[in-house]
Design a protein around this ligand. Structure first.
Ligand code: AHG
Ligand code: MN
Ligand code: MN
Length: 337
């Protein structure tokens, strides 16, 4: 009997990758499988969000002072539960929690990884049926195995990431993750409930024609950003004409599109919020890692995101990420601001 082995599931793919790594323990594969399980549960709730009492606000604000939606909490709980019950994660940090959580039991303390996540990204879009996502990243702990994890395990610069990824709950549901070896995308096949490899070895096109920015803040941006945006609008015919502006308001969906099609996503600082809105540890670092592995670039305007030394779990940073040549053009404008 001939069996079609061309479409791999997430588990099959990570196990296949293990074969090439001498001394691999499979701990990262298990961690990815756990995150994939939590995401499947979130996906089920997202898909029926209009039917059950899961739309709307939870009536609280998070540590960032932002309104918390019921699905934010649901997604946060699912991720924590699955990672705590798994055997591959020693502790987590989340957008929705003030402090990190050390799982601190005999098994978890023996795990070598910590995980940081934004459980639900773009949550303002939930109630209007627009794509939302989950963002995560994984680091090797720096504290000794066998002890509870500590703050220093979470405050590592982004270049130390072992893996990073996102889930997009869109017209289909996808899980995309990167290790240093490459970026791969899996689409959820609802008929078997499995993540199946649909986008192997994703590369970010060198250049593109899409720029993503919140134009409403235009007059609050610095001169370099304003000049860059204006240049995107003024590309002449010999350069293919003006770029296309696309901005969903869910970074996962915006960066996913630009990663596939080529483009640049920006969330600059403003006069009232010089560090912008996006969080370094669980929003910008994971995307910076994914896009760099795919061949693109990510900066805070001048400095490489992955080299920033974090000082707090929830710190914000201006964020510019995308196709290499577009990022290099942006850099020339940032120098003049
Ligand atoms: P979150 O839902 O986790 O708070 O993140 C929302 C973020 C990001 O996804 C998006 O790019 C950005 O907020 C949009 O902000 P503006 O509405 O200020 O443009
Ligand atoms: Mn977010
Ligand atoms: Mn969020």
């Amino acid at each position: 009997m001939s069996v079609n082995r061309t479409i791999l599931t997430l588990d099959e793919f990570t196990i296949q990758q293990l074969r090439d790594v001498p001394n691999a323990t499979g701990e990262l594969s298990r961690l990815l499988r756990d995150i994939g399980l939590a995401a499947k549960r979130v996906n089920v709730e997202v898909n029926k969000a209009g039917l059950v009492d899961i739309l709307g606000d939870a009536g609280t604000v998070n540590v960032q002072g932002e309104e918390v939606k019921k699905l934010d909490i649901y997604a946060n709980d699912q991720l924590i539960r699955v990672l705590k019950h798994g055997i591959s994660c020693a502790g987590i940090a989340s957008e929705e929690l003030d402090d990190f959580v050390a799982f601190d039991d005999e098994i978890s303390n023996k795990s070598k990884y910590v995980c940081l996540f934004d459980p639900l990204d773009g949550s303002a879009n939930i109630d209007v049926n627009v794509s939302i996502g989950t963002i995560f990243c994984v680091y090797k702990r720096v504290t000794p195995i066998g002890t509870p994890v500590a703050m220093e395990d979470f405050l590592q610069p982004g270049h130390q990431q072992v893996a990073a990824g996102y889930v997009i709950y869109g017209s289909s549901t996808m899980l995309v993750y990167a290790t240093r070896r490459g970026v791969n995308g899996f689409t959820l096949d609802p008929s078997i409930g499995e993540w199946t490899l649909s986008h192997p070895d994703i590369k970010c096109p060198e250049t593109g024609r899409i720029y993503s920015v919140n134009h409403g803040n235009f007059f609050e941006y610095n001169e370099g950003v304003k000049k860059y945006i204006t240049a995107c609008q003024k590309k002449d015919k010999s350069n293919g004409g003006p770029y296309t502006q696309r901005y969903i308001g869910s970074m996962v969906a915006d960066v996913h599109r630009n990663l596939i099609k080529g483009g640049i996503f920006t969330y600059p600082g403003t006069t009232s919020k010089p560090a912008g809105k996006l969080r370094l540890l669980y929003e910008c670092n994971p995307f910076a890692f994914i896009v760099e592995v795919a061949g693109g670039k990510a900066t805070d305007g001048t400095k490489r995101i992955l080299d920033l030394q974090p000082t707090g779990l929830h710190q914000r940073t201006p964020f510019f990420v995308g196709s290499r040549l577009m990022m290099e053009e942006l850099e020339t404008y940032m120098l003049i601001s």
